[in-house]
Design a protein around this ligand. Structure first.
Ligand code: ATP
Length: 183
C-alpha cells in the first residue's frame, strides 16, 4: 500500500493535549471516535490551526490564547502550544525538494505565533502558496468537522466558489493575484 501523504500529527500543549501526543496515520483514517469531550474536535482544530487558520470562529469560537492548555485541577497550565504535521512528500505534492516535510506552528502566551518548515522559521505569506499548491487549506473541504457534512450546500455562493477553486488547485493563482494587486 502506498504511504499516506499525512504521516503524523503531533500536539503539545494544544487545548486538552498537555502532554506531547502523536497520532500516526499509517493507514487511511476515515473517522475519529471517542466519548463526548474527549478531544476529537480539538484534533480538527489543531489541523485547521497548523494550516494557517487565523479566525477564532473557525476554531469553534476559541480565542487564540485559549489554544494553549489552560491547566486542570491536577496539572498546571502551559505557556506554549505547538502542533506539527509530518508529510510524506516523495511525490513532491508540496513543491519543496524534500521527501519528508514537517510543518510546525507554535503560539505563546503573548499571542505571537510562528511557522516552521523542517524547523526553519517561515512567514505565513510564504507558506500559503505552498499549501495552496498541495490543495491544502484551513477552510473548505479539506476538513469536514462534526455537524458540517452539509457544509457545501449551506455555504454562500462565494464560499462555495472558494471550495471549488481549492479542489481544482486554483487558490494558488488567486493568492498570486491578490499579492500582485497589494503590491
Ligand atoms: P464532543 O463530541 O462533545 O464535541 P469532543 O471529543 O469533540 O467532544 P472537544 O470539543 O474536542 O471534545 O474537547 C473538549 C475538551 O477540551 C473539554 O474538556 C475542554 O475543557 C477541553 N479544552 C479545550 N480547550 C482547552 C484548553 N485551552 N486547555 C485545557 N483544556 C481545554
Amino acid at each position: 500500500m502506498s504511504q499516506n501523504f499525512l504521516k503524523t500529527l503531533e500536539l503539545t500543549g494544544f487545548k486538552s493535549f498537555a502532554e506531547k501526543t502523536t497520532l500516526e496515520f499509517k493507514e487511511k483514517v476515515v473517522a475519529i471516535v471517542g466519548p463526548n469531550g474527549s478531544g476529537k474536535s480539538n484534533i480538527i482544530d489543531a489541523l485547521r490551526w497548523v494550516l494557517g487558520e487565523r479566525e477564532a470562529k473557525q476554531l469553534r469560537g476559541t480565542t487564540l490564547d485559549n489554544l494553549i492548555f489552560a491547566g486542570t485541577a491536577k496539572r498546571a497550565g502551559m505557556s506554549l502550544a505547538k502542533v506539527t504535521l509530518t508529510f510524506d512528500n516523495s511525490d513532491k505534492k508540496l513543491p519543496l525538494d524534500y521527501d519528508e516535510l514537517t510543518l510546525t506552528r507554535k503560539i505563546d502566551k503573548s499571542g505571537v505565533s510562528q511557522y516552521f518548515w523542517n524547523e526553519s522559521e517561515m512567514r505565513f505569506k510564504d507558506l500559503a502558496p505552498i499549501l495552496a499548491k498541495a490543495k491544502l487549506g484551513s477552510r473548505g473541504l479539506t476538513m469536514i468537522g462534526q455537524s458540517q457534512s452539509d457544509l457545501f450546500v449551506r455555504s454562500s455562493p462565494f464560499e462555495r466558489r472558494m471550495m471549488i477553486e481549492e479542489v481544482l488547485g486554483l487558490r494558488e493563482y488567486r493568492l498570486k493575484k491578490t499579492q500582485s494587486e497589494n503590491r
